[in-house]
Design a protein around this ligand. Structure first.
Ligand SMILES: [Cu+2]
Length: 194
């Protein structure tokens, strides 16, 4: 994994955390995610989104070097997940970025950026976009923030179930682009072993 991306994500996360106060006994759990190029092989849940918006953008470039790295800290008592994601080499701007749940056709449990997909009810969109209704119009950059787990109300997934899936490594981060609508870079959120 690209070391510079990882360091950038870590630094970004530390800036986020240092602005938030927690009880001294609130021990966070560290997670990471390596986002690699999923390309056209994609996903169990292809998302047909907004071809008209893609038509307004320049033609996509290569996705051969698309990758990302995420560092996340989870505070169990408050069910708060802090995240910092560095990404680079995308074929074009991300149209949407989410955390998906692995089982059951990969429903969305949280949106980082982008409009909800048109079939939002089937996918069970959860939560407003944390980093804006449009993703950065760049092929590299950062997303960071925090959210309190809400599960997926439209699929009746509870926050406790989302937490269980997080702990079990069953949630994954996905960046959708016009070239690779089902997902250009994606990676499971897994507990750090260090
Ligand atoms: Cu997604």
């Amino acid at each position: 994994m690209n070391k510079q991306l990882a360091l950038a994500a870590l630094f970004s996360l530390s800036c986020t955390i240092s602005n938030t106060s927690y009880a001294a006994d609130e021990q966070p759990v560290l997670f990471t995610a390596d986002l690699s190029n999923a390309g056209a092989t994609a996903s169990p849940s292809p998302i047909p989104f907004y071809p008209n918006e893609c038509a307004k953008l320049p033609a996509p470039g290569s996705d051969a070097n698309a990758l990302g790295k995420a560092v996340l800290l989870y505070y169990p008592k408050s069910k708060t997940l802090h995240y910092a994601i560095a990404f680079s080499g995308l074929s074009g701007p991300a149209m949407m970025s989410h955390i998906h749940s692995s089982p059951n056709n990969a429903p969305i449990v949280q949106t980082f950026c982008g409009k909800p997909p048109p079939d939002v009810n089937n996918l069970g969109h959860s939560g407003h976009a944390l980093n804006g209704k449009a993703c950065p119009l760049t092929t590299e950059g950062f997303l960071k923030g925090e959210y309190v787990l809400k599960g997926n109300p439209s699929l009746k997934m509870t926050p406790e179930q989302e937490e269980q899936q997080l702990m079990a490594g069953e949630l994954f981060i996905n960046f959708h682009t016009c070239k690779n609508m089902p997902g250009e870079i994606k990676g499971a959120i897994v507990k750090s072993t260090k």
